[in-house]
Design a protein around this ligand. Structure first.
Ligand code: SAH
Length: 247
């Protein structure tokens, strides 16, 4: 069962099509697909909404519309209001990161809602009163109120991250073994001699430095091949140079 299917994003009376479109995209970026719009404005610029939704156009079309807030949250257990303002019991608020496990726990058995307010006035106190939790997104005192779609993004992102579904991509190239590494170091040693980069007395010291640099991260087979190619080419150039001088 996909817990994210039980997360509903509720937008109360949003104003701007651009935000609605961006929200569809933000939801899909984070695997969330249940969108409810309460009291949609008849004059909302839907061309803009389509434009900003990009490849989440189907999400935009799949939104459900409700005339009242009560209807949009009726089947949800946890109903979390989001608010940038302080006061009205907001001192018990959660950050999106703190709220994410609460959301996922409840989503095992029930629909839950995250509620977002109007761009100009936020959520009304009557609406906040109907919510079981309050989420406040940490922000600088310079400007505490986020753009509506950004606020949706942050909340969806924290819930998506908390599912652990996403696994960061890892280096797929095989790691170089000692034999290949030593061949590469051998070629670099030779290159430093051929190009007269160091004198004999300093060679071992320089090699230790190089080993330290190259072993700082994980050396892969393609890494070693690049380094060996560079050494080979440098030795060829040094050889040409010596031949030209003796001509
Ligand atoms: N001027 C309005 C701002 C509304 S911003 C006000 O004072 O409330 C639109 C919506 O984005 C808000 O209703 C809320 O749902 C969300 N939002 C914006 N900044 C937020 C923050 N720092 N924390 C939580 N939600 C935020």
């Amino acid at each position: 069962m996909n817990l994210l299917d039980n997360i509903r994003i509720v937008l109360v009376n949003p104003m701007f099509g651009g935000n609605l479109g961006s929200i569809c995209r933000a939801m899909n970026n984070n695997g969330i697909t249940d969108l409810a719009v309460v009291d949609p404005r008849p004059d909302m610029d839907m061309d803009e909404a389509r434009k900003f939704s990009c490849n989440a156009r189907a999400q935009l079309e799949a939104r459900k519309e409700f005339s009242t807030f009560e209807e949009a949250i009726a089947d949800c257990t946890v109903v979390a209001a989001t608010s940038a303002r302080t006061g009205f019991y907001r001192d018990t608020s959660y950050t999106p990161r703190e709220f994410a496990p609460v959301a996922l726990e409840s989503a095992k058995d029930h629909k839950i809602a995250l509620v977002f307010g109007r761009e100009d006035k936020g959520l009304l106190n009557e609406e906040l009163a109907m919510c079981s939790h309050i989420i406040q997104i940490p922000s600088s005192d310079l400007y505490t109120s986020l753009n509506l779609s950004h606020a949706v993004y942050v909340c969806c992102y924290e819930i998506f991250s908390a599912t652990g579904i996403f696994e960061p991509s890892e280096e797929s190239a095989p790691e170089a073994d000692a034999a290949l590494r030593e061949r590469m170091f051998g070629m670099w040693r030779e290159m430093m001699i051929e190009t007269q980069f160091v004198h004999d007395q300093k060679l071992d010291h320089m090699m230790m430095g190089l080993r330290r640099i190259f072993n700082r991260g994980k050396l892969t087979v393609p890494d070693c091949k690049i380094l060996m190619g560079l050494a080979k080419q440098s030795m060829w150039v040094a050889d040409q140079w010596k031949k030209n001088r003796s001509d």
